[in-house]
Design a protein around this ligand. Structure first.
Ligand code: HEC
Ligand code: HEC
Ligand code: HEC
Ligand code: HEC
Length: 244
């Protein structure tokens, strides 16, 4: 009986561990794995075995600025502005979508990092520092990937270069905005509770406030599709910042 119970307990642990294992498998199991080990549903992949390379490398990255974690993907160089979000009720201030990474990659924001692939103007395999493993040449595109290496013009993942019809990004979200808007949660409340999930970068809203480019959103985490920091079920993500 004892033995039976303990083997049951062990079995339970094995199942729990394997569930955890799946949930934390990370970027390799997502569409951001652009390597030869890409997932089955990927329509974009290349001939290198490296996964992080498309976004990070340990040496010779883009000139360092805040929030740019050893960035290796070429910042879009032909876009000077993504437009400015406006609406009668918007209380945010700042440059909003006018992220201006084009003229000076060193000034790029976290939003520019995502747009370096997702504005559709720059090849996904255009890197600052190609890998030694592939003889210091950029990886080649493979499979059904468009030959120019850019996200397909009609793909939903290609947001284009006009972001005036997208959720505002690249603006400060602080105590003052909370007070001015009246319908937000306070990211700087005295209890230090913060937003609980969404992430601010130097106090600003960026693409990666809502998205985590590394998380596995398959299987148990499917409510976090696509790459969301918080489940979208019941609009939970939105309600972390908006008090509606
Ligand atoms: C498709 C692009 C992409 C790929 C591939 C990628 N990252 Fe990132 N990573 C980002 C972006 C964008 C940020 C900045 C936004 C953020 O912090 O979430 C970041 C931030 C980070 C950070 C700093 C913030 C943090 O979360 O700790 C680390 C460390 C990191 N990445 C490690 C990795 C490693 C290791 C790999 C490969 C296994 C990898 N990344 C692959 C896009 C990527
Ligand atoms: C990281 C926090 C955060 C998350 C998560 C978030 N928002 Fe926002 N959103 C803001 C802030 C801050 C503003 C600017 C509010 C203002 O000034 O009116 C804003 C602006 C907006 C606006 C425009 C308001 C206007 O007056 O023009 C809408 C609509 C909106 N968000 C909807 C959503 C929806 C829907 C979701 C979920 C898919 C969402 N937001 C998720 C922080 C967030
Ligand atoms: C190195 C290029 C690259 C960078 C940088 C990058 N992505 Fe992607 N991303 C891709 C590719 C390729 C796909 C798959 C496109 C497709 O199949 O339509 C993708 C897909 C996505 C999807 C859709 C996933 C789905 O299941 O449909 C989201 C959301 C996304 N990326 C968000 C981001 C965000 C947010 C950032 C920055 C934090 C980012 N990406 C940075 C290349 C990139
Ligand atoms: C306020 C939160 C929020 C911000 C900020 C945000 N996103 Fe998203 N994004 C979402 C949500 C939620 C979805 C899923 C929408 C759906 O399921 O219809 C999504 C979907 C996407 C998709 C998939 C598009 C599709 O229809 O398949 C891409 C790619 C993407 N986001 C990239 C970005 C990039 C790049 C930025 C910055 C310019 C950004 N997102 C900023 C919340 C956000």
């Amino acid at each position: 009986m004892r033995n039976y119970q303990s083997s049951l307990a062990l079995g339970g642990m094995a199942i729990a561990l394997s569930v955890l294992g799946t949930a934390h498998a990370g970027i390799a199991n997502t569409k951001h794995n652009l390597s030869t080990s890409h997932i089955g549903s990927s329509r974009f992949y290349t001939d290198t075995t490296e996964i992080c390379l498309f976004c990070h490398t340990p040496h010779m990255t883009v000139a360092k600025s805040d929030n740019i974690p050893l960035w290796n993907h070429q910042i879009s160089s032909t876009v000077s502005t993504y437009g400015t979000y406006t609406s009668g009720s918007f209380n945010g201030a700042g440059t909003i979508h006018d992220v201006g990474g084009a003229t000076s990659p060193a000034n790029a924001t976290v939003t520019n990092l995502c747009l370096s692939c997702h504005d559709g103007t720059t090849a996904v395999n255009a890197l600052y520092n190609a890998s030694n493993l592939s003889g210091n040449v950029n990886p080649s595109v493979a499979g059904n990937t468009p030959a120019d290496g850019k996200l397909g013009a009609t793909w939903a993942s290609n947001l284009g270069t006009d972001l005036t019809n997208d959720h505002p990004v690249n603006f400060t979200y602080d105590n003052a905005l909370f007070a001015a808007d009246g319908d937000l949660h306070d990211p700087q409340d005295t209890a230090g509770t913060g937003l609980g999930g969404p992430k601010l970068f130097n106090g600003t809203v960026q693409c990666a406030s809502c998205h985590d480019p590394h998380i596995d959103y398959s299987g148990a985490n499917s409510a976090q599709t696509p790459f969301l920091r918080v489940a979208i079920t019941g609009s939970t993500l939105c309600l972390k910042c908006h008090n509606k």
